[in-house]
Structure formats: C-alpha cells, structure tokens
Design a protein around this ligand. Structure first.
Ligand SMILES: [Mg+2]
Length: 261
C-alpha cells in the first residue's frame, strides 16, 4: 500500500490551527443542524454549538455562518452567537458586527425581481404545498414535505415559467428548494469576501449541499474543505454527519487554543 498523497484530516487540522488568523466558515442546514421538515425549527446540535462557542473565544479566530437562508432566518435558526459573522442568501446578504449590507441592485435588477415575483406566485398557487420565500435579489420555491413526483412537477413548472418570462436569473437547486436569483453571487464569492474582510491567513469551509461546492472551489492551498454527507464534491475531506462536523470543530478549537492565541 502506498503512502496517502494528502495529510489525514487530523494532520490538516493541526496545520490549520497554527495559522496566524483563522476563518472558520460553516454552512448551517445539513452541516451543523440535521434536516427537519419545518426550516424554522432547525437548530444546530448541542455539540456543534459548543464547538462554535469555543472557537469564538479564541483570539485571531473568526467564525462565520454561510447559508442559503435569508439572513434573518439564519440569525433566528442559528441563535446568532456573539461575534459570529452571518452570510445569507448564498452571499447576497451580509450581517457583520450588527450591520446589514448586500451587493446593490440596479433599477433593471429591481424590475426583474418584481416580474420574477409574479411568475413564481402563479407557479406556487398552481402547485399546492409549495411556498415562495422572498430573498433580497430573488425568490426560493420551497417543496419540502411534498412527494417526489409533485416536487419534480413544481420544479419543472417553475423553471419553464421563468424561462418563458425571458428573465436572466441564476437558478440553484438545493434540497427541497429551487432558487431564482437576479444577483449572480455564490458561496464562493461569499468566502472571498469573508477572507478579505477578516484578513484570514487560512480558511476552513464545511458544507453539505451542491451550492457549497462553490465555497469549496474558492479555497486554496493551506485551506481545508470539508464535505458533510454523500454526493460528488471537490472538497478534500469528507465526514458523514453534523455530529462528525462538530467533532472536527471541537478538535480544531482545542488545538487552536493550545497554540496560546
Ligand atoms: Mg446545507
């Protein structure tokens, strides 16, 4: 058997813990919080909350939640620990140090948001059990709890209606949700912005969904990408569940604190 090309996850965590300024960026749903049918009831598991709290206590260490949720929803679900940076709507909304910002919309963008709103309202009314969530620069059509065939029908109807309206929008598939956004930001843009904002010298990003792949792809040498659960990924490491992510974060917090920072 040949030697592994990459260090083990434990070795990579030890190296990460020694960096000058560490950014720990984390998706929320499916990564820190198990999936539940009502997204408003979603909460991080206690082990993940404890590990995040310990990381927040270490100096030269920043923790951010980077979610597809609107930032208000992310703030409620994550119970927004003191000092955390929040990124909502895949990078279209920032809440840093209590200040909300997002990339500006042009008049043309705003007109397209209004058209999109009307189109998706019709689709949702024709597909009972779906609901539309407003995002700063678009909308999400939720299908959680629907049987697969009804979910598929709603997704296809929404794609067709948006295409027929000739709107230049970015379409994102998630778990039980399809999103249409005027702003073409991704979690990769969010991670680049966070790296600049914090001056981080190394970044960990953990996520479970297809939209997290943009985040993983924005990382480089000296960073650590961690995929939670099954599915294709460009991440360098993989664990099975939020409990495993919490264990990784606990190890990182312990090693980071032990560096004396
Ligand atoms: Mg997720």
């Amino acid at each position: 058997m040949s030697e592994p090309m990459f260090p083990t996850l434990d070795e990579a965590l030890t190296r990460l813990a020694s960096t000058e300024h560490l950014l720990v960026a984390l998706d929320f749903d499916g990564t820190l919080a198990p999936f539940v049918d009502n997204p408003e009831e979603s909460r991080a598991i206690p082990e993940a909350r404890d590990a995040v709290a310990r990381l927040l206590e270490v100096s030269h260490t920043t923790v951010a939640f980077v979610s597809g949720r609107a930032v208000d929803s992310l703030s409620r679900a994550s119970e927004s620990p003191d000092g955390i940076l929040l990124v909502g709507s895949h990078g279209a909304e920032y809440r840093f140090d209590g200040v909300d910002t997002h990339p500006p919309l042009s008049d043309g963008d705003r007109a397209r948001v209004a058209t999109l709103s009307g189109v998706l309202a019709v689709v949702s009314s024709e597909h009972p059990g779906t609901w539309v969530e407003a995002k700063p620069a678009g909308f999400a059509l939720h299908t959680r709890g629907l049987p697969d065939e009804l979910e598929l029908a709603a997704n296809e109807a929404a794609r067709r209606a948006v295409a027929d309206a000739n709107l230049q929008v970015k379409v994102r598939d998630g778990k039980d949700v399809i999103e249409f956004s005027i702003l073409s930001v991704t979690k990769g843009d969010a991670l680049r912005h966070l790296r600049d904002y914090t001056g981080a010298t190394a970044v960990l990003y953990a996520g479970d969904d297809v939209t997290d792949e943009d985040g993983f792809a924005a990382l480089g040498e000296g960073d650590l990408s961690l995929k939670c659960g099954p599915g294709d990924t460009v991440a360098n490491y993989r664990v099975a569940s939020p409990a495993d992510v919490a264990a990784v974060l606990a190890t990182l917090a312990q090693e980071r604190a032990a560096t004396g920072r």
